[in-house]
Design a protein around this ligand. Structure first.
Ligand code: C5P
Length: 291
């Protein structure tokens, strides 16, 4: 059986770092939501082994790839001798703060669960996914959630009010590990207001959602990469209602409630950045994107 699975990117509406843990990870508190910028994973059963191909040259084809590792994990854990061919139709920028690799891994887990009749629940798939990366459990479930701990303790939240999300990815990638390493907790003077963001989502209040955007990791990435700060400023100037860096960056997103303004922001940014997208906050790719 061949299976095709959608792997949407995520953005962080808030990202707070509470403290560094003895195991080297940080305890986080984040509001994450899937956006309508997605890779597609085609899974084809073969007689043995794991083979991975991608439409993008930026993606590793071996066990540095999280989707590849997801297949290894499933085969080992469940003693599956059949092989799998994984084709990643890449659309989400790589090393961008959008959890593209984690989304691919999560989609592979979901797809193999169906293909090989493993009968795993979403919770079990999310638990399996944590061995691959901190963002994988969220990507297994998608939607909107508070993510705590490493990112695996998930509390579902209401879908944000409908709007456009303009994404701008500077040419360079960012290493999440390096950003966390460079974070000096004593220098973090302001933290996102989780309660304020929850209130905005409960009340479907677009303006309050824009006001409550916050990401502690901007302290590191905006300092290290002035282009990220520049893109944030440009996005606001062109009319985005709220602007933030996603994850550890370097992608910057702007929330916009009018399609005409989203188009203006995209066209304005094109002069400064090659990878610019406008997508809907949630839903199928079919709902529309401006490129
Ligand atoms: O879990 P994942 O492999 O995606 O994390 C990449 C790196 O980001 C980790 O090696 C760690 O340095 C950092 N990280 C962290 N705390 C988290 C998640 C990630 O310090 N909650």
């Amino acid at each position: 059986m061949d299976i095709s699975v959608k792997a949407p990117a995520k953005i962080n509406l808030t990202l707070d770092v509470l403290h560094k843990r003895p195991d080297g990870y940080h305890d986080l508190e984040m509001v994450m939501t899937t956006v309508d910028l997605a890779d597609r994973i085609d899974l084809t059963e073969t007689t043995g082994g794991i083979r991975l191909q991608s439409t993008s040259g930026f993606v590793p084809f071996d066990d540095r790839n999280l989707a590849y590792r997801a297949a290894v994990l499933v085969k080992e854990r469940f003693g599956i001798t059949k092989g799998i061919h994984i084709l990643i139709h890449k659309r989400i920028p790589v090393a961008a703060g959008l959890a593209g690799g984690s989304a691919d891994a999560a989609a592979t887990l979901r797809g193999l669960n169906t293909m090989w009749n493993l009968g795993l629940s979403m919770e079990e798939l999310a638990e399996l996914g944590l061995a691959l990366g901190s963002d994988v459990p969220f990507c297994v479930r998608g939607g909107t959630a508070i993510a705590r701990g490493r990112g695996e303790q998930l509390t579902p939240l209401p879908t944000p009010p409908p709007c456009w999300v303009v994404l701008a990815k500077p040419p360079h990638g960012v290493s999440t590990a390096e950003v966390f390493q460079a974070l000096k907790m004593e220098k973090v003077t302001s933290h996102p207001n989780l309660e304020g963001m929850l209130h905005a989502l409960e009340n479907q209040d677009f303006n309050q959602m824009c006001d409550q955007l916050g990401n502690v990791l901007e302290n590191v990435t905006l300092e290290a990469y002035p282009k990220v700060r520049f893109l944030k400023e440009r996005m606001a100037t062109f009319g985005a209602n709220g602007v933030l860096m996603s994850g550890s960056g370097p992608t910057v997103f702007g929330l916009v409630n009018k399609e005409s303004v989203a188009r203006r922001v995209v066209n304005g940014l094109r002069g400064f950045c090659r990878q610019v997208y406008a997508v809907r906050m949630l839903g199928g790719l079919e709902e529309g994107s401006i490129e």
